[in-house]
Design a protein around this ligand. Structure first.
Ligand code: PA5
Length: 521
């Protein structure tokens, strides 16, 4: 047993969730000099929940908590928008399931979700974690990239079924390039099969976004709302997560009630507040400066995508160059992981014996399965092994002086999925206050989007320049002529050549490779 286990195991009997921080070396039950920061974090969270402006850059409120308890919404208008969206989801899903809304080839059987980041990770997690292949009403698929080969792969999977496939295009901003590209290709795919795309399409986006206008103009089946006060990575309890879940047949109201109950207990004082305990444990383990990575290992297959989901929630929220006072701090916590016991056969070796630059979060699910288990050895079941591997690995790490947190939940279902989501959303919010960064902006993501546009402008210049020339040229000559970065121009030429859009002629070295505009036959 870890020292002080019973003093540092925070179990909420009413919800059936516990956080064990007894293996975090610096965690102190009197919170030492963190007390002031903890008070600030509670105050900041209370201000957010009552409608304070949290995202200074975008001048918006941050109110994902209202989505699962509309009574907390700061205005009557927001409250009724939330409630209406839930009614809209329920009615729509029922109409699809009953066959009142159908595709060109009959009842809808599949849902293809287009979206990226916060508009994909949450719905995908829920769909996988809560699927019941015998009961699911529809099969969900996702395109979350602008990879042509990935789109072809999905097109092949849905070959012959497009007319029974509902396409949900989800983008809060309604202008994200990857999603826009996937939409253009999928619409074209429907057209090429003689199908009317609008009869299969739904939009989830903010009012008056480009996507909203397109869906309205083209007469898509329906448009569902997103709001500026819901951040992308905290949107899984909005229409973004709920609509695909409802279509799949998941009890999304149970999911919402789990999130609501976790919100509610994480308004309590720290000793009874799993989210604040978690935030303080992160602070203690990473010295308040991300000095250690967070390795998340859920011992449950259904939670296999949980780490990717957390990676976005935590890294996009906390990974910031500046703190709230504008000081350069380079904050954040790196997150990785997959699931147990699988990871024991992958990288746990390093966790035990290698570099000590991480703390683990084990996620333990007490109930092994819904039905009965057979004995695989006298008196031993498969789930006993899973528990044994978890406890054994944790012990081995502890013996090597490696830190870990253990989250324990009673069972895995829609309610507990809601609990886990809200627990982490709130822990991230608290931790951001402890380290004084804004968890609700993402300047780095915006910078990446701008950089991609600049690259495509250079590509355009290359193509225009080559078509104005009638001769073979090296990448260095082309870069000089258009005033572009030499490496970038080379990389773009190689990409264009590999895709048959310029001709390429090998000579003695990469430096002397020659490119020419493609002469059409
Ligand atoms: O968390 C975020 O804000 C981002 O990851 C977004 O979810 C992502 O960029 C997709 O944005 P949108 O939903 O506007 O297409």
């Amino acid at each position: 047993m870890a020292e002080d286990f019973f003093e540092r195991y925070f179990w909420a009997e009413d919800l059936g969730i516990g956080v064990d921080v007894s293996r975090i070396h610096n965690y102190s039950n009197d919170y030492g000099n963190l007390n002031q920061k903890i008070t600030r974090a509670f105050n900041a969270m209370a201000a957010l929940e009552s409608g304070g402006i949290a995202n200074g850059d975008e001048n918006r409120m941050v109110g994902h908590y209202w989505l699962r308890n509309s009574g907390l919404a700061p205005t009557v208008g927001i409250k009724s928008e939330i409630e209406n969206s839930i009614t809209q989801i329920e009615r729509f899903a029922l109409a699809v399931h009953k066959g009142d809304i159908v595709g060109q080839d009959g009842r809808f059987k599949n849902v293809l979700c287009l979206g990226i980041g916060g508009s994909a990770l949450g719905p995908r997690l829920i769909s996988t974690a809560l699927s019941n292949p015998k009961k699911d009403k529809m099969k969900l698929y996702f395109i979350d990239n602008t990879d042509p080969d990935g789109i072809d792969y999905m097109a092949d999977i849905l070959d012959g079924q497009l007319g029974k496939t509902l396409v949900i295009c989800m983008s809060k901003s309604g202008g994200t390039q990857e999603t826009k590209n996937a939409l253009i290709e999928i619409e074209q795919l429907y057209n090429s099969h003689g199908l009317t795309f609008s009869r299969h399409a739904l939009a989830v986006t903010c009012k008056d976004s480009k996507l909203d206008h397109q869906a309205k103009k083209d007469g898509w089946i329906s448009r569902f709302p997103m709001w500026d006060w819901v951040g992308g990575r905290t949107s899984v309890t909005s229409v973004v997560g709920l609509l695909p879940a409802a279509l799949q047949g998941i009890d999304f109201k149970k999911f919402l009630s789990g999130a609501r109950d976790m919100d509610s207990i994480s308004r309590r004082q720290i000793e009874e507040n799993p989210a604040m305990v978690l935030a303080v444990a992160w602070y203690s383990a990473s010295l308040g400066h991300g000095k250690k990575d967070m390795v998340v290992i859920p011992y449950k297959d259904r939670l296999g995508l949980f780490t990717s989901y957390l990676q976005q929630l935590i890294m996009e929220s906390l990974g910031k160059r500046h703190d709230a006072n504008g000081l350069e701090v380079h904050q954040g916590i790196s997150v990785y992981g997959n699931k147990g016991s699988t990871d024991q056969h992958a990288y746990v070796q390093q966790l035990r014996d290698g570099l000590d630059n991480f703390f683990v979060t084990f996620i333990e699910v007490l109930k092994a399965r819904v039905g009965e288990s057979i004995d695989i050895e006298p008196g031993v079941k498969t789930g006993d092994y899973l528990e044994g591997f978890f406890l054994g690995t944790r012990l081995a790490l502890t013996e090597s002086g490696r830190e870990s947190i253990t989250l324990t939940i009673r069972e895995m279902n829609a309610y507990y999925m809601g609990i886990l989501i809200a627990l982490y959303e709130r822990a991230v919010g608290f931790y951001a206050s402890l380290i004084n960064v804004n968890a609700y902006d993402q300047p780095g993501v915006e910078a990446g989007k701008k950089a991609a546009k600049d690259v495509l402008r250079v590509q355009q210049l290359i193509l225009e320049y080559l078509s104005s020339q009638n001769t073979n040229m090296t990448s260095l000559e082309i870069a000089e002529a258009i005033g572009g970065d030499k490496e970038l121009v080379f990389k773009l030429l190689e990409h264009l050549a590999a895709n048959g859009r310029v001709s390429r002629e090998w000579s003695d070295s990469v430096r002397n490779l020659k490119y020419m505009t493609k002469i059409s036959d």
